[in-house]
Design a protein around this ligand. Sequence first.
Ligand code: FAD
Length: 470
Amino acid sequence: FASGEQQDIVVIGGGPGGYVAAIKAAQLGFKVTCVEGRGSLGGTCLNVGCIPSKALLNSSHMFHEAKHSMESHGVMMKDLSFDINKMMAQKNKAVKGLTAGVEGLLKKNKITYAKGWGSFKSPTEVEVAGLDGNNQTISAKNVIIAAGSEVINLPGVTIDEERIVSSTGALALKEIPKKMIVIGGGYIGLEMGSVWSRLGSEVTVVEFLNTIVPTMDGELRKAFQRTLGKQGLKFKLNTKVKEAKTEGNMVKLRVEPSKGGDEETLEADIVLLSAGRKPYVDKLGLDKIGVELDDRGRIKVDDHFQTNIKGVHAIGDVISGPMLAHKAEEDGIACVEQLAGKGGHVNYNNVPLIIYTHPEVASVGLTEEQCKEQGIKYKSGKFPFLANSRAKTVDDTDGMVKFVADATTDKVLGAHIMGPNAGELIPECVLAMEYGASTEDIARSTHGHPTLSEAIKEAAMATYDKPIHM
Ligand code: FAD
């Protein structure tokens, strides 16, 4: 625990925003304490978010591939089965290894790890209610709030993490539900729905709006929903959830059309509520020091991540911007660099979003729809994976790459990929946009053959000229 001497920086929260900020701060010579109350570092992302969900997505994908695709490659599968306990153990191993790894990194960087819940006593004093029952006050010149986010509740739907679960419960089910209803067609619901559908559940996604993932490029979105449909996910769009009630081993879900109309009752053994997340500020005692929130409960910050209270900063899911781990990390680094008098910044127009279904969907920058809304003259070019040699060789051809570029200058404004390993392909587009590249710059860069990345090159060619293989 901190020795009582004043810290340069106290970080509240040990998630991707907080632990990265703490490490960067220590690297820059600050004396740092990181306060974390969940008893394990890595935040939502490592403990109950990105990491366990990707572990289960991978395991369930392996099973699904073995069941549906292997034989066409001549790999014969007999008496295929899976062991859910082993799958969960594999997931837990990944989580444990990575969270312990973060603890090791804090140690290596001589950061004090205060295990407990932190709240403000004053702008320069954080009281920590230690998990071991001991309390301590740590004083610091600067405090960075990196307290993350929590599930948004829906009126009439009470999470019990048994039958009515959040993503946390959905990552730890003990058996395969026969029927699962996912409330919310965002990326978390679609990822978790995919996991359980691949393992045999009948999954229905109930969404209030007329589309899933509304911010996604329209063309990709339609193709994506079609693909998920083929995999067995059912969609009930334009539907409002009124109440979820557990009766015995089943949950009854009362729904009605979003715009009003006849009510109906759906049934499932598990209902997953994933209708969004909100900043988690409850334990911080913000009202004690008068930190201002916006109308959506997010902590208000200026361009330097400072709240209305001098010396109190906030980063990651508790402030505005995409609620993503890599965005939280960028916030953390930029915030600390600025405290050190350096010019850290985050380009919020250039933060990729990745959905780790199969195929994956990854996108960065503007969509065609956003260009139209903003009156930007644009051109677009696309290339399907069906015409990409690597995708053909691995028999994984669903999806495409699409570029949106400025009509006059050819500068890349957005890139949208649905396809195998889209998440590993998007960084090329992010980098191109960071450097202000044109689609011609991308197309004239040599891409290895045969790789999936050639679909990026050809989509770029299709934007300013013509692709070769179409
Ligand atoms: P968090 O990771 O939430 O960390 C905040 C930490 O602060 C928590 O550990 C909390 O215990 C602690 N804390 C809060 N208050 C206090 C206090 N008063 N005192 C002490 N400690 C406190 N993002 C991606 O980029 N990619 C993905 O694939 C992805 N998948 C996801 C899947 C799921 C199921 C979920 C739920 C989220 C996913 N996310 C993903 C989102 C990602 O997890 C968050 O954007 C990210 O964790 C935010 O980082 P953060 O540091 O701001 O907050």
